[in-house]
Design a protein around this ligand. Structure first.
Ligand code: SF4
Length: 380
């Protein structure tokens, strides 16, 4: 029995999908905020052949059969099988989670941009995958709008007819200044063109927006232009994923050099308010990234706009100290959800904070540091 390449980088909604890898690493790898830049030289982009991908699908099917024979869904049999095939540990766990949490119904074509392949190539994978696993009811993938913008109208129709249900695109911003500053390799015009082409092919479109990416210099433009691009595309989903500046990334260097001013948490929420106010199309907005502070920014627009804006205003009406306490609670909750408990260093820092008097000058400064520390440990 052989293993298969698991596409580890995937959207939160595809955490438990059967994740088939179509290529290694990002073909772009130049976005200033993206940690994948750090490993650019070590982890080079590489296409996979159709034979390699189909072989992986064959291997998942063999492991799947084994799972059914062994009843691997129980922890005991899973551990026994892992001890028999230690090299396949990750694959077994991946398949077991697929059954447990997605009921073996969802699949994801991994790689940051499978759209770089010809539609016939992807069609063959999609059909092969659905043939091997008739339980699958939804297949999604990542894709870049710049690549989508260069496709003809038949391309997405063919993918849709072959069984691709949704494409997730990291749009980040609709502002040309911001896109250029972070080296996203795309313009707002190409975002619109690429996004519209995906929609024209009847494929569901999920866009990822990065609040805070414009820093203080472009916060208003970032919100307004992003809303404009969203209105032009009318994506099915707008997912927020607040900027986190990862150490050693090009953006981190700009920030260190004073070329980028990071927004405060309050400023990020003010930016999100402008974004929500200016989205006029029908779409679903979600805030399911651990990097986000306000999980209440969630609903169908325009129907839920008032409710979302009320939640934003509730936060903004808090005083400085209340905002910090709110943030600490939310970050602790996110950490708990992600890791199933707090780490010893966080426990220690919390204990230290509890010993400082709330009236002391230090109290809220220490709280701010703790919030920053927790945020840096969360996986967005
Ligand atoms: S396209 Fe995506 S994965 Fe590639 S560098 Fe940009 S953000 Fe990172």
């Amino acid at each position: 029995m052989n293993g298969f390449e698991i596409a580890k980088l995937r959207p939160p909604t595809e955490n438990f999908s059967l994740a088939i890898l179509t290529h290694f690493n990002c073909p772009w790898s130049k976005c200033a905020f993206c940690p994948s830049n750090l490993f650019y030289k070590l982890r080079r982009f590489k296409r996979r052949t159709l034979e390699e991908i189909k072989k992986d699908i064959d291997n998942t099917a063999i492991i799947n059969e084994y799972i059914w024979e062994k009843g691997i869904i129980s922890q005991e049999t899973l551990l026994k099988s892992v001890s028999e095939y230690p090299m396949l540990r990750e694959c077994f766990i991946h398949m077991a989670c697929w059954h447990l949490y997605s009921n073996a119904t969802t699949a994801f074509l991994g790689g940051t941009n499978p759209l770089l392949y010809h539609s016939d190539f992807l069609e063959e994978i999609l059909i092969y995958l659905r043939d091997k696993f008739p339980t699958i009811t939804r297949i999604t993938s990542y894709g870049r709008t710049i690549t989508a913008s260069k496709k003809n109208s038949r391309y997405f129709k063919q993918l849709y007819e072959s069984g691709l249900d949704r494409i997730h695109v990291g749009m980040e911003s609709g502002s040309d200044n911001v896109l250029k500053f972070v080296n996203k390799g795309v313009t707002s015009e190409k975002h619109i063109l690429g996004g519209q082409k995906i929609k024209d092919g009847e494929i569901s479109l999920c866009t990822y927006i990065m609040p805070g990416l414009g820093g203080r210099a472009w916060t208003l433009e970032h919100a307004m232009e992003t809303a404009r691009v969203i209105n032009e595309i009318e994506p099915d989903f707008v997912r927020l994923r607040t900027l986190e500046i990862f150490p050693h990334t090009p953006l981190y260097k700009k920030w260190k050099a004073g070329e980028f001013t990071e927004l405060t948490e309050q400023e990020v929420i003010e930016e999100e308010k402008i974004l929500v106010e200016n989205i006029e199309c029908k779409t679903t907005i979600t805030s399911d990234s651990a990097a986000n502070l306000l999980t209440e920014i969630w609903g169908m627009l325009p129907k839920d706009k008032k409710k979302i804006l009320r939640a934003i205003d509730n936060y903004l009406s808090l005083n400085y100290e209340e905002k910090l306490k709110f943030s600490l609670d939310r970050r602790l909750e996110a950490y708990n959800n992600q890791y199933g408990g707090l780490s010893p260093p966080i426990e220690k820092k919390l204990k230290r904070l509890s010993k400082i008097s709330e009236d002391s000058k230090n109290y809220y400064e220490e709280m701010k540091k703790l919030i920053k520390y927790i945020r840096s440990r969360l996986i967005p």
